[in-house]
Design a protein around this ligand. Structure first.
Ligand code: ZN
Length: 96
């Protein structure tokens, strides 16, 4: 295989893997508003969100916004390295 072709294919594979990771993350708990992660206190939103890694490059994430939305909490994050965004959804469980 010629080097240029190999490089092109490696780049394409990396893009495909990143897309797969984004798709899987949307299915896991906390990955979408229909499947929020249950927590006991709003104080947990930021530490949990900031413990996640970028789905594209595995870089550190910065918190862009912590908002209340549709009865849920959402943390919007952006990768410090590649700029990719991800969101994490939470529901604050009422103490019973
Ligand atoms: Zn990244």
């Amino acid at each position: 295989m010629r080097p240029r072709k190999a490089r092109r294919e490696a780049a394409r594979d990396a893009e495909k893997l990143a897309r797969d990771r984004v798709r899987l993350a949307a299915l896991e708990v906390g990955g979408s508003p229909t499947r929020p992660e249950e927590i006991t206190s709003a104080a947990l939103v930021e530490p949990i969100a900031l413990s996640l890694r970028c789905l594209v490059c595995d870089g550190d994430l910065a918190l862009e916004e912590h908002a209340a939305e549709a009865g849920l909490r959402v943390a919007r994050l952006q990768c410090r390295r590649c700029g990719a965004r991800r969101s994490r959804w939470f529901r604050i469980a009422q103490p019973s």
